[in-house]
Ligand binder design. Sequence first.
Ligand code: HEC
Length: 444
Amino acid sequence: MTYQKALKTLLVVAAFPAISNAQDAATHPTYAKEVSRIIQDNCQVCHQPGSVGPMSLMNYEEVRPWAPLISMRVSNREMPPYHYDTDAGIQELQNDWRLSQADIDTIVNWVNAGSPMGNPEDLPQPKMFPAVDEWRLAGELGQPDHIIKSEAWDVPANGQDLWWKPIVDAGIDESRCIKAVETRPSAAAIGSTHHANSHFKVLDASGNWVNGDRLSEFAIGKLGEKVPKGACRKVPANSKVEWEIHYYPNGIAVPNDQVSIGIWYYDEEDDFVEEESYRQDLRAYFLTASTDDYMIAPHGKLMTQGFQSFDHPVRIDSWQPHMHLRGVAMSLEVFYPETGRTEVLSQASNWTSAWNHSHTYQEGFQPLIPAGATLIMTAWYDNTADNPMNPDPDQWVGSGQRTTDEMSHAWIAVSHLDEEAYQALLSERKEREKSSVASVDGAN
Ligand code: HEC
């Protein structure tokens, strides 16, 4: 570079330092400055030694060889694994793992530019992660009030999918309202515990143990779930808990493995329990008239639909699609008979049975459904060879319990409201909308 040219560059940089830095960040991101922070915040929880991801992404040397694959997996939104449409339905979700478009662009630009390290002095401090044998919610809520463990089971080092369905006592003799619940695999089996679901079993009037509400659902990487303040989701007194644990051996044998559920309770349980006007339940809402009225043809596709309305107002607190290997998409809509309008509440167009999430709406953004409105639940299945999860496109597939059968329901946490509670929530929303419009006006 000639002296003059160098001087000119120096002058330009000196004259427009802010612009040049901003442009740098957008078009010439480095690992040290931008990418390391995105990976720390969104990937390392799973991509570190001992966690569930297949490789560690803790530093530049580890990340660099994966750069092209990282670019691909983040730009098609397969990683982080959280499948929820960004352009339809309610976007205000708790524990939302989705990357912002700006972060995706930064990663893609970085990889296209040859994944440079940049200046090592820009690197952030390493992030501390809670030990794998600690409750994720403990930082916020302290230790759980009550712990329920599955019966011990020997996880082999190698082999096929395994299902373990023990029934244990809930260990509680008075009903209480759940504030938060978290399912935690043991540290040793964290890589092989794929799913661990649990529901209550309660005695019916004729003395038989029947299935009650869902207690918790866990899939690899999932955090705990909180119940909104004021809603009561009960642990029924003297109930049992039935587990459904899906182990997938990953090379490490774990003798006597146990999965744990931690429960944090609300204190004012008496108010909650008597106040039936605000009861929350987490139930499977079926997307077919009955559970066994559909068959998916070999190399075929299918859509099923289910409808649900309530004779009282409700608030929807969370939504979790449940299908098996052929399931590829699900949506939740609401139809208002007075206006004839239909609105999308939630949609997952790229759903996969490899990952399960309970999409919990943020406080104040949960859909409020008036009495008589109809929830429309739609599921789509792909039994062709294009579906990467499909083990055998030549099979007819009907509904059933096995992984290779299908299911068609959504887990939906519903708070049942009386008219007064519903009106109070509606006017809270109106107030908020008014004040946010006012502050936007004020800003102008
Ligand atoms: C909740 C845990 C979790 C999080 C968070 C997560 N990953 Fe993953 N990742 C996995 C698991 C498990 C796999 C292997 C299964 C699969 O490919 O889906 C994987 C696979 C991958 C692969 C493919 C590896 C291969 O050999 O095919 C890439 C690339 C990747 N992750 C990058 C990322 C990046 C980048 C982030 C953050 C932006 C991220 N992941 C966040 C768990 C996670």
